[in-house]
Design a protein around this ligand. Structure first.
Ligand SMILES: NC(=O)c1ccc[n+]([C@@H]2O[C@H](COP(=O)([O-])OP(=O)(O)OC[C@H]3O[C@@H](n4cnc5c(N)ncnc54)[C@H](O)[C@@H]3O)[C@@H](O)[C@H]2O)c1
Length: 297
């Protein structure tokens, strides 16, 4: 706890070493940059070595130390190696953010999913996160660091996710695993929380929703997802990276084992219409000016 009410004092991240996986793109890269801006040295890990290098270069341009680590987190040996490389290069890791995940191209009814496809998605989302947490926690305990771990799930793991059953199930498992890891690591002063993004415009989703190979079906999916979101749009990676920064910082020092959703409100929507429709509240009619005869905005 700090008596320093300056932003840096409140965040408590100055001089700490952060390991961010998947840091070559998307929410992870934005998280790595925010951690660096908050004073962390950063180990930027990714399957894409060039992406990791580019992120590390951006961290250095913010005046912090950085190392790029290439590796595939679906290889079970990678988590321990990446933690060892991060510690060797920058010192004991105090913040770990485990980001990579995805559908691995498996979007179909669960009736058609093969055992191989199910395992592929579980490896990418659940097993990689589980083994990363294991390696990170052991290193934190070994170095006497009361650190912080942030895992990344998805709103697909919080509610039914038709045609994404392996992805939704694996992300639900990440939420559940986070609770257990938090309770097991609490005696060492290590916090573990889970960031739960809704649909965002990242490299991967832009390629699907707006890229040259995007199909009308994909474009309609993303347009419908934006319409269904109370804030009226999909998220930008930096917005949700801000939540990751909050979870990594002392601002959340009494928060552990929880799933924090960053989804523009979409999880609170319902297919059931609002009773009385969506008319402008009487209290706002004078403020907002003329509406149509039904009182619609
Ligand atoms: N983008 C969304 O709409 C959205 C929505 C909900 C949840 N999420 C979750 O948020 C996380 C980040 O999503 P994003 O869209 O920012 O990601 P992204 O696809 O933009 O980037 C992921 C990064 O992870 C790296 N990566 C992929 N597989 C890897 C592996 N096996 N080992 C190491 N690195 C690997 C990629 O090279 C890439 O740089 C994922 O877990 C995803 O499931 C994303």
């Amino acid at each position: 706890m700090t008596d320093d009410l300056g932003l840096s004092g409140l965040l408590g991240l100055e001089g700490k070493v952060a390991l961010v996986t998947g840091a070559g793109a998307g929410i992870a890269r934005e998280t790595a940059l925010r951690l660096a801006a908050a004073g962390c040295d950063v180990a930027a890990m990714d399957l894409d070595g060039e992406g990791a290098e580019a992120c590390a270069a951006q961290v250095r341009s913010l005046g912090r130390r950085a190392v790029a680590i290439q590796g595939d987190l679906t290889d079970h040996e990678t988590p321990r190696r990446m933690v060892a490389e991060a510690v060797d290069a920058l010192g004991p890791v105090a913040v770990a953010v485990n980001v990579p995940g995805g559908t691995a191209g498996v979007n179909k009814s669960f009736l058609d999913v093969t055992p191989e496809e199910l395992h592929r998605v579980l490896e990418l989302n659940l097993v990689s996160t589980f083994l990363s947490c294991q390696a990170e926690a052991i290193a934190m305990i070994e170095h006497g660091v009361a650190g912080v771990i942030v895992n990344v799930a998805s709103t697909s793991g919080m509610t039914a996710s038709p045609n994404l059953s392996p992805y939704g199930s694996s992300k639900a498992a990440v939420v559940h695993f986070t609770k257990t890891a938090a309770v097991e690591l609490a005696p060492y002063g290590i916090r573990v929380n889970c960031l739960v993004p809704g649909t965002h415009w990242t490299q991967a989703t832009r390629r699907l929703g707006q890229g040259p190979e995007s199909t009308p079906e994909h474009r309609e999916f993303f347009a419908a997802a934006a319409r269904a979101t109370p804030l009226g749009r999909l998220g930008e990676p930096g917005e949700t990276a801000g939540v990751a920064l909050f979870l990594a910082s002392d601002l959340s020092s009494y928060l552990t084992g929880h799933a924090v959703v960053s989804d523009g409100g979409v999880l609170h929507t319902t297919a059931r219409p609002a009773l009385g429709g969506g008319s402008v509240p009487a209290a706002l009619r004078d403020l907002l000016g003329p509406t149509d005869p039904e009182g619609q905005p």
